[in-house]
Design a protein around this ligand. Sequence first.
Ligand code: UDP
Length: 480
Amino acid sequence: MNPHVTLLSVPGLGHLIPILELAKRIVAFGSIDASLLVLNTDASPAQSRLLSSTILPKGLNVVDIPSVEITSFVDEQTDIITRTSIIVRESLPHIESFITKSARPTVLVLDFFATAALDIAVGNLCIQKNIYFASDAACLAFMMYLPTLDQQVDGEFIHLSEPIQVPGCTPIHVDDLLNPVRDRNVDEYKWFLYHASRFPMADGILINTCQDLEPISLKALRENPILQQIPMPCVYPVGPLIHMDKPLVQSKNECMTWLDNQPYESVLLVSFGSGGTLSTEQVTELAWGLELSQQRFIWVVRKPTQANTSGTYFTVGAEQNNPYDYLPDGFMSRIKDMGLMVPSWAPQVEILAHKSTGGFLSHCGWNSTLESVLHGVPIIAWPLYAEQKMNAAMLVEELGVAVKPIVEKGEVVVRREEIERVVRLVMKAKEENVLRERVEEMKRRCLIALDEGGSSYNSLSQVIEKWKTSCIVENVSDDG
Ligand code: UDP
């Protein structure tokens, strides 16, 4: 009897999108079916839109886990990781009840912020435990090593005078450290460490990357002697998996109609993920920079906040957002022939796939990064939070597919002249654009990895075979 694969997502489209794609791919391999458990929160409208615009293959069903009451544990200031971890913890009885109802052996595939659900499998040999790490291998190496760092380093990591050496990562300059580890006294850090410490409990970690994108980090995860001292689950690179279905929001396709009328590879997409926001001062500089560059653009614009941040991560398009309220005077009319302003949300994958799109100013969330690479679009790396600074460093320094604007000493914002410079650089014509050449090559290699016989295809096929075989062994020993 083949196992049933139960995948567990956490709230937030940056998590739901990649795990949904993984679920579809697992089922597509055949003779195995799957359920994707979706945790409901105030993000539900965006999540529901995504799920209703997705064509589910036969053998995959989506199960809504009832929303849980968390108001006694969180308030408006609570960070995303803490909030997410508490939602998972409080949902455990519902998740367990779904899993134990199944009469078949189960393979659990958990989002990497849902490791509390590993407890459901402890002592139950019929449940195989896997984590889906929908981020990059360098970040996984960092998390695997974090419990060691936590023991070795006194005081704050950000006060270290030298870059942090983690096997599998380029030495991490303290300015590029992930946000959750910048203050070790807060709940965000404690939950982040909690999840990292539990990764070794898993039988396998599936990761949304591929051999060609991150050869050094993946090799370190498999072979580095320092990491091997940590109980290390098998790591399976199965990506890059991105969302390819219809747009999440049907906005009469204004963007696509506008793009249809623009020249080939002439448009820069400007977007900061599902929740990124900029400060008022930075929004003003960005507006001027785009205007000075004289390049065409689509800007997914959000209401500015006090500082550059993750904004309202769970809710999309819910906030009042009128660009006339906060953009420089006259900007909208001056750019009307070269730019399209889209409030809050746009069909990103469709835009990146369009022939008129030639560049992407991105916050370097991992999904956005993969979407850009898989469409051969060079990047202006503008990281804001989470692991984005590490992703940006990798895109610029290791893959050479991105350029990062420079913030002058003593400044907190990127100035308009610098924005003009990087926009012109990334939008240069094909023949003189080395970034575009490299990203095209990387796209080609990623597509080969996903194709039958490619490294990511083989890696997923290998873990599915392992799930099936362990099931047979367990069934036999149960019978015997
Ligand atoms: N996205 C989109 N339209 C937008 C903003 C984001 O479709 O206007 C999608 C984007 O294509 C990606 C996801 O939302 O799949 C964002 O994930 P990512 O990991 O890049 O960043 P996060 O939102 O988690 O910071």
